[in-house]
Design a protein around this ligand. Sequence first.
Ligand code: FES
Length: 260
Amino acid sequence: MKQEIMTIISQQQLAPRIFQMTLTGDLVNEMEKPGQFIHIKVPRADMLLRRPISINQIDKQAKTCTIIYRTDGDGTKVFSELVSGDTLDVMGPLGNGFDVDCIAAGQKAYVIGGGIGIPPMYELSKQLKQKGIEVFHFLGYASKEVAYFQDEFIDLGETRFATDDGSFGVEGNVGNLLLEAIKKEEPDAVYACGANGMLKMVAQVFSDNPNVFLSLEQRMACGMGACYACVCHVPDDETGTKSVKVCDEGPIFRASEVVL
Ligand code: FES
């Protein structure tokens, strides 16, 4: 993990409140695993906490990384107002990243994303595909209006969509898509990032599969394992005192390792 002043080389809006920003800097040399995140200082003196944002794409040759974020609060709104040439104080890469070594060429992976949990799944799918793994995507959005990155996933493999209001893809959550899909082919590994409800459902649908990896969207503060703002409980903890720190030990856990 390093800290660096990175330079913004592009920023564009993908959907209402959803922005894509590309940054350049030496920090990209440290980025290897999909699912890791960077911790970005808001360039305003009154906002002390950094914002954790997952890495959407890594391009080592161009020395760039891309993030996709939603303007959920004042800090991310400040990010959305920045333009090419502006700089950001970035720490990273942080987090453990997805395990792409548990699966081999020719095997099948399900890549599942919901809402603002979708961005890190793109770099994951790219790396899985480079390894010769067949990727199947299941992406859920609130509505067609806030859907983004559909073509990019379609380019990598079979992609199915669900929206809460049925305006794009099937109506409902991605659970319906998964139940339909597993009638045809069982995946060798399952990767998911999204809200807790979606992750719970993924864990249930694939309860017999040992290779189910969930990226948790926990609120964070320090982002480095020091403040315990991001703890998640673990199974078989009779005392209720055991936990894992999502920022430090995660954000990705096997489904069997955490209580959602
Ligand atoms: Fe501080 Fe995880 S955010 S320990």
